[in-house]
Design a protein. Structure first.
Length: 306
């Protein structure tokens, strides 16, 4: 490691050759320096990161060895630990001279344990997907040089509380509005529902719902407009992340029947009011109230009867 010193001793044979002058050299003074001592000894000082060849010559005979030095690098500065869908993303500032980083993690009351290593001088983030629901994790980072620890770490690190992201299971048009359902999240005490249009950059919170709620009908929608929805779960410890893409649906009003009349033998005539902007209609009919084995008829958008 940078700053360390190591004494080496050269054994010379035969005995009659021990009075020969030894000449010590280094191939790179910025990595390792060498100074001759007494009785065939030499002091090697680690100066900076890299590899240097230390050689010794006696007359026309020489020997050498390679010395690899790990530099002392600055402690990486932790910038954030934030929840994401399925994990926690850790970020830090790059350290000059580092070519990799070791990420360590701990839970409350625990000790730091190695989580992962990433290579690359410009790497500055890592997402931990091994997290469990309703857990708080702390993270810290070491700088590496050729796989070796080259810095200290933040003793406190950065912490994040992980709560699983709720998934929107269904989204559909209903007569009263747009209906959404989602899966429940263990340990969640509330859900926040957000909405935006395709042109909006920011989400707008439209509902705060209780822990047992897994469905909601958005009645404040207008026909022929497109809406995007996303959800967050929360409790007293924090909030989950959300799906940034959300779930999208175009609002289409319900079809209103005009009439359904019996025609000639084995025929019915169905009429309805046209709905603007739609591309077609789908009708289903069955002889059973359960609609078992129902048959389907598709009509072009210009139609209003069949």
């Amino acid at each position: 490691n940078e700053g360390d010193q190591q004494t080496v001793r050269l054994s010379v044979y035969p005995e009659s050759a021990r009075g020969v002058k030894l000449v010590w050299k280094t191939s790179n003074r910025n990595v390792a320096a060498v100074s001759a001592g007494e009785s065939g000894r030499a002091e090697i000082t680690a100066v900076g990161g890299g590899t240097a060849v230390i050689s010794v010559t006696a007359d026309d005979i020489s020997a050498s060895c390679a010395v690899k030095v790990t530099p002392k690098l600055s402690t990486p500065k932790m910038t954030s630990a934030l929840t994401r869908v399925g994990g926690v993303q850790v970020k830090w500032e790059c350290v000059s001279g580092a070519n990799g980083y070791r990420i360590c993690r701990r839970t409350s009351g625990g000790s730091w344990t190695k989580l992962a290593e990433v290579s690359g001088a410009m790497e500055s983030s890592y997402t931990d997907y091994s997290v469990r629901n309703n857990m708080t994790y702390a993270y810290t980072v070491y700088a590496l040089y050729d796989g070796q620890t080259a810095s200290g770490c933040s003793s406190s690190g950065k912490s994040a509380y992980y709560l699983r992201t709720p998934e929107i299971l269904t989204i559909s048009n209903r007569s009263s509005g747009i209906r959404l359902t989602w899966n429940s999240v263990s340990k969640a005490t509330e859900y926040s529902l957000y909405r935006k249009s395709p042109k909006d950059k920011k989400w707008t919170k439209i509902a705060a719902l209780g822990a047992k709620t897994t469905g909601y009908t958005d009645k404040k929608v207008s026909n022929h407009n497109t809406y995007i929805y996303t959800l967050r779960a929360g409790n007293s410890k924090g909030m989950s992340y959300y799906h940034t893409a959300g779930s999208t649906l175009r609002r289409i009003s319900q079809v209103s029947w005009s009439s359904l009349k019996r025609g000639s033998a084995k025929t019915l005539t169905a009429r309805w009011k046209r709905v603007a902007y739609v591309t077609g209609y789908e009708l289903q009919y069955s002889t059973k109230s359960s609609m078992k084995n129902a048959k389907t008829i598709r009509v072009k958008s210009s139609g209003s009867s069949v």
